[in-house]
Design a protein around this ligand. Structure first.
Ligand SMILES: NC(=O)C1=CN([C@@H]2O[C@H](COP(=O)(O)OP(=O)(O)OC[C@H]3O[C@@H](n4cnc5c(N)ncnc54)[C@H](OP(=O)(O)O)[C@@H]3O)[C@@H](O)[C@H]2O)C=CC1
Ligand SMILES: N[C@@H](CCC(=O)N[C@@H](CSC=O)C(=O)NCC(=O)O)C(=O)O
Ligand SMILES: [Zn+2]
Ligand SMILES: [Zn+2]
Length: 376
């Protein structure tokens, strides 16, 4: 390939400053270093976490940067020592890598590989430098992925090689929201047959939780959202009942406890709001109810409840990327989609060109899109 070893000039949506629209720019993408992969991003979803960071709520947020972490692409070239992927392979970038060697990877209890977490959090490649420049300025990477660029560079341990038969315009969404919600129900909560579950926030993450609860044969799946428009679509993913807290004259936890004869077996917070995190915990059944936090709360926010809630057997946990050990699991999730065991198409509300990326953010904020997939 003519581009191997060369700087590639391409289009990217650059986040120059927090709280400002992204700007489509021509950027330069350097070749991959040792242990790195450069890929041509074909499609990317827009996740609420991109909006959270752009909105200035992320304590790790850095600018100028290239955001985006829900992509699908094709390997363009590989750096020295890379053996597990080669040019032409179809890959999904992973914000939770899997090195297979660190103590987190060796433990069956977590998926939080720590090998490159420190540099990733500083917006840099593992060697402490960036592969992006624009107008003479260095741009930071984001979550080890930076998929809002036509080309990006990721660590080898941060890409999953997937089937070439899988449509990248759909399976890119397995890079974050769908895998996260689905895995939180299956891997983190380990929802049991017949159990009663409730989900706060019926966006892509919350609806993927519903899909996971249904796959685990939950008895009741209660959706809690302030947007009535979400209720009809939620049924498609397995939600059986709905509660709109805005329409209640008492606390949502009181209503859920009444509805469920004492509380839910499992609750999931998929909003990123510390008040709803408390509601979700306090809607759990005494003695055994477990509440899983998926939502990402803004810098400075803290959760609170009466410790008595925990003393009396309720459990608070969190889930990152659905607990999936990423490199080994994402190719299997793609296969499950191809074998019709997992819904993905239903999460795509809009497809838009990269140039319309700011509209994709607006649609998310207006509650009109589960996911907008950008055509790069
Ligand atoms: N832990 C992890 O690994 C991951 C975490 N996340 C986080 O998960 C959260 C959800 O992401 P995503 O699904 O993309 O986001 P969305 O914005 O698509 O969905 C959030 C939903 O919550 C609803 N909502 C907002 N406020 C309330 C409220 N007070 N009570 C009930 N419902 C409410 C929204 O309604 P409306 O449409 O009206 O705004 C919307 O339907 C975010 O915080 C995101 O950062 C995402 C991916 C991975
Ligand atoms: N940078 C933020 C935390 C952001 C966060 O919690 N990210 C989730 C994934 S959200 C995806 O859309 C996650 O998996 N976190 C694990 C991690 O190691 O970052 C902050 O500092 O608050
Ligand atoms: Zn995400
Ligand atoms: Zn590791």
């Amino acid at each position: 390939m003519a581009t191997v070893g060369q700087v590639i000039k391409c289009k990217a949506a650059v986040a120059w400053e927090e709280k400002k629209p992204l700007v489509i720019e021509e950027i330069e993408v350097a070749p991959p270093g040792p242990g790195e992969v450069r890929l041509k991003v074909e499609f990317t979803g827009v996740c609420h976490t991109d909006a959270y960071t752009l909105g200035g709520h992320d304590p790790e947020g850095l600018f100028p940067s290239v955001l985006g972490h829900e992509g699908g692409g094709v390997v363009e070239s590989v750096g020295e020592g890379v053996t597990s992927v080669q040019p032409g392979d179809h890959v999904i970038p992973l914000y939770t890598p899997e090195c297979g060697e660190c103590k987190f990877c060796k433990s069956p209890k977590t998926n939080l590989c720590s090998k490159i977490r420190a540099t990733q959090g500083r917006g840099l490649m593992p060697d402490g430098t960036s592969r992006f420049t624009c107008k003479g300025k260095t741009l930071f990477h984001f979550m080890g992925c930076s998929t809002f660029s036509q080309y990006t560079v990721a660590a080898e341990i941060s890409v999953a090689k997937i089937s070439k038969n899988a449509p990248l315009d759909k399976v890119c969404l397995l890079g974050c929201g769908i895998s996260t919600g689905y895995g939180a129900a299956i891997n983190t909560a380990k929802v049991e047959e017949g159990s009663t579950c409730a989900i706060w926030g019926l966006g892509a993450v919350g609806l993927a939780v519903a899909m996971g609860c249904r796959a685990q044969k939950a008895g009741r799946i209660i959706g809690v959202d302030i947007n009535d428009d979400k209720f009809e679509v939620a049924k498609v993913f397995g939600v059986t009942e709905f509660v709109n807290p805005k329409k209640l004259d008492k606390k949502v936890s009181e209503v859920l406890i009444e509805m469920t004869d004492g509380g839910c077996d499992y609750t999931f917070e998929c909003i990123g709001n510390v008040a709803t995190m408390r509601d979700a915990l306090e809607s759990c059944h005494k003695g055994w109810g477990e509440s899983i936090i998926l939502g990402v709360a803004a810098a400075g926010q803290e959760i609170s409840t009466r410790p008595f809630q925990l003393v009396t057997g309720r459990v608070w946990r969190g889930s990152a990327f659905g607990g999936w050990k990423s490199r080994s699991s994402v190719p299997r999730l793609v296969d499950d989609y191809m074998n019709k065991k997992l819904m993905v198409d239903e999460f795509v509300t809009f497809m838009k060109p990269l140039d319309e990326i700011n509209e994709a953010f607006e649609l998310m904020h207006a509650g009109k899109a589960l996911r907008t997939v950008l055509i790069m």
